[in-house]
Design a protein around this ligand. Structure first.
Ligand code: COA
Ligand code: AMP
Length: 631
């Protein structure tokens, strides 16, 4: 079937379409009620079904006779390790870890936080939770204790699973002291902390709540899969929003399993048995959907990669992994390709590897600039597919559906709407815009299965953030336009969320931290263009009257504060002092205007500005500091 017909079916008769897709996975109780609504009127898929995500990811394949197939390849250039685990081996460890968690008092309905680096035990921990109906919340290892504490207080885990350390390019990061500090900071106190000792020399301060991971696994009996209802939260994944408090995106179990199986086959075009590699981190949605659950549910071999595209040890790493493990389809963020391109502009490393196994390269997580796409295509002549999605959706919303029909690529566009997503471009008043008119990217309800169910503990924020701006539509937070052939071009966020090296961060959260510095009277943090990371944050600060702090001292203190509170991953390095911030007459800070000035974009001076002279003042400061387009 061609894309057009397949897509139209999903929009014209979503119930029939998704009823058919539900047959692609095994259920303990097959759903009869395909599409209904909850008490607020929000669509629910497969409400009366029951299943288990860990069963689908592991046990099913063993029952089908594929227990000896490799499920996970752990490739870690930073520890110079390659280790392969069969489906039998993964199941055995996961089932015993699940047994261990039960022995520690965890049961269906509880939550657990996982704070681990990119090691297979992170995936084992997720699957062990899923096996017994415990809702997991994975926190990215690059987040500081303060961020971890916010998540502990919000999702109230009974237990945290962690490892002794992670490894960044040039340093060992001891995780256990960070977990202890987060528990001290949090009001909610988890009962146990399960610690995997990686024996890499990191400090592991002992606390009464500690449990040794290895001892727990080896001392426990295998636990069976617990059937859960379709809408049982498989996980809560926190993502940045427009306030200082991250949002806990709630993912269901049944709709998600169907959507992932569908994605692997129809979007990524991967058949069971093939090797699929998403070079991301389990702390992000890509890791949940396409390192752990998607490839395993589709019986692929997935790669857990502990390293970076460059410097571990060099820009050849990606090509070595693809050639060595015979990767068929790969996924990474454009920033990773930009980093490689910078180190190896002529693709010399690429020539040293046999990449004939690689069929398709997918790119997402941030806007894919045309130069990066073209560099890739020049050096590796396979389809390089930009595709668009979010933590909230859990799986791609705009893509080239490689398992359905490969459509011509239009550089700059992420492709056409994926089946199930009725994507529209609306104007400020909710009117649908015509071809090439830029507006808000929204999706007409119902969203397809597997997309967000709620915000953990905060349905009001869920309604206000996503559903109330345009009633009847999901508001994505992104701007964009469709051309006359229905290709969609995403132009960027319309809110305070920025994307730094494929990591989603909130400038509002950074602003709160910058504002807490004792010398700061007022500030604004904006995302400006960056050649490598896509975007980086810039803080513009007005100091308190009479404050005699040197610029470099203030910059140093603010950068340190943000690293301590959010983590190094925030990448805030540029702080400038200004006499005042541009505002409207009613006092609203004109962040977009500052962004345009820094990026060197054309802009119109808003008629509501209170004083135009400030534009030149800001330009001067940025010019002096050589920031953004003034570099
Ligand atoms: N634990 C601890 N610290 C971490 C971390 C982690 N898991 N991840 C990142 N950091 C730290 C880094 O060490 C760095 O610290 P520094 O400022 O002291 O050097 C800081 O956070 C910024 O990290 P990053 O943005 O990753 O920059 P980088 O210069 O180390 O690497 C890239 C740049 C482009 C190579 C890297 O960001 C990358 O590979 N990006 C792809 C991201 C991706 O796949 N995202 C998933 C979305 S699909
Ligand atoms: P995250 O929730 O971390 O996956 O970030 C989602 C956001 O990243 C989206 O709302 C977009 O702003 C941006 N994004 C992701 N993929 C793309 C893409 N292919 N093109 C443009 N922006 C993207």
């Amino acid at each position: 079937m061609n894309y057009e017909d397949f897509y139209n079916q999903s929009i014209q008769n979503p119930e029939a379409f998704w009823a058919a897709q539900a047959n692609e996975i095994d259920w303990f109780t097959k759903p009869q009620d395909i599409l209904s609504t909850d008490e607020t009127g929000y669509p629910l898929w497969y409400k009366d079904g029951s299943l288990n995500a860990c069963y689908l990811a592991l046990d099913k394949h063993i029952n089908d006779g594929f227990g000896d197939q490799i499920a996970i390849i752990y490739d870690s250039p930073v520890t110079q390790t390659v280790k392969k685990y069969t489906y039998n081996e993964v199941k055995s460890e996961v089932a015993r870890l699940a047994g261990g968690l039960l022995s520690l008092g965890l049961k269906k309905g509880h939550t657990a936080i996982i704070y681990m680096p990119m090691i297979p035990q992170a995936a084992f921990a997720m699957l062990a939770c899923a096996r017994i109906g415990v809702t997991h919340s994975v926190v990215f290892g690059g987040f500081a204790p303060h961020e971890l504490a916010i998540r502990i207080d919000d999702c109230k885990p009974r237990l945290i699973l962690t490892a002794s350390s992670g490894i960044e390019i040039d340093r060992l990061i001891a995780y256990k002291p960070l977990v202890d500090e987060a528990i001290e900071l949090a009001e909610h106190k988890p009962k146990k902390v399960v610690v995997l000792n990686r024996k890499l020399g990191a400090r592991i301060p002992f606390k009464k709540y500690d449990v040794d991971y290895d001892a727990l696994v080896y001392g426990s009996e295998e636990a069976d899969c617990v059937p859960v209802e379709t809408t049982h939260p498989l996980y809560v994944l926190y993502t940045s929003g427009t306030t200082g408090k991250p949002k806990g995106i709630v993912r269901d179990t049944g709709g998600y399993a169907v959507a992932l199986k569908f994605s692997m086959q129809k979007i990524y075009g991967v058949q069971p048995g093939e090797v699929f590699w998403a070079a991301s981190d389990v702390g992000w949605v890509v890791g949940h959907s396409f390192i752990v659950y998607g490839p395993l549910i589709n019986r692929n071999t997935t790669i857990v990669f502990e390293g970076k595209p460059i410097k571990t040890p060099d820009a050849s790493t990606f090509w070595r992994v693809i050639a060595e493990h015979k990767v068929s389809v790969m996924f990474t963020a454009p920033t990773a390709i930009r980093a490689i391109k910078k180190e190896d502009p002529n693709g010399e490393f690429i020539k040293q590897y046999d990449l004939s196994c690689l069929r398709t390269q997918f790119l997402a997580g941030e806007r894919c600039d045309v130069a990066t796409l073209e560099w890739y295509r020049e050096h590796i002549p396979i389809p390089a597919i930009d595709h668009w999605w979010q933590t909230e959706s859990g799986w791609p919303m705009i893509a080239n559906m490689m398992g359905v029909e490969y459509l011509p690529i239009k550089p700059g566009s992420s492709g056409k709407a994926v089946s199930g997503y009725n994507i529209m471009i609306l104007g400020e008043n909710g009117q649908e815009l015509g071809p090439n008119e830029e507006g808000y990217v929204v999706i007409k309800l119902p969203l397809p299965p597997g997309t967000l169910l709620d915000i953990w503990n905060d349905n009001q924020r869920f309604q206000a953030g996503y559903l109330q701006k345009f009633p009847g539509y999901y508001f994505s937070g992104d701007g964009g336009f469709k051309d006359e052939n229905d290709y969609i071009f995403i132009t960027g966020r319309v809110d305070d969320v920025i994307n730094v090296a494929g990591h989603r961060l909130s400038t509002a959260e950074m602003e709160e931290i910058v504002a807490s510095h004792h010398s700061v009277a007022e500030c604004a943090v904006i995302g400006i263009n960056d050649e490598l990371k896509g975007q980086i944050p810039l803080a513009l600060v007005v100091t308190k009257l009479g404050e005699a702090i040197e610029h470099f001292q203030l910059q140093h203190e603010i950068v340190k504060l943000v690293r301590e509170q959010i983590g190094a991953v925030a990448s805030l390095r540029d702080v400038v002092i200004v006499n005042r911030l541009p505002k409207t007459r009613s006092g609203k800070i004109l962040r977009k205007l500052m962004r345009s000035i820094a990026d060197g974009d054309n802009f119109q001076i808003p008629s509501t500005i209170d004083d135009e002279a400030i534009i030149d003042e800001i330009k001067e400061v940025l010019e002096l500091a050589k920031i953004g387009s003034f570099k």
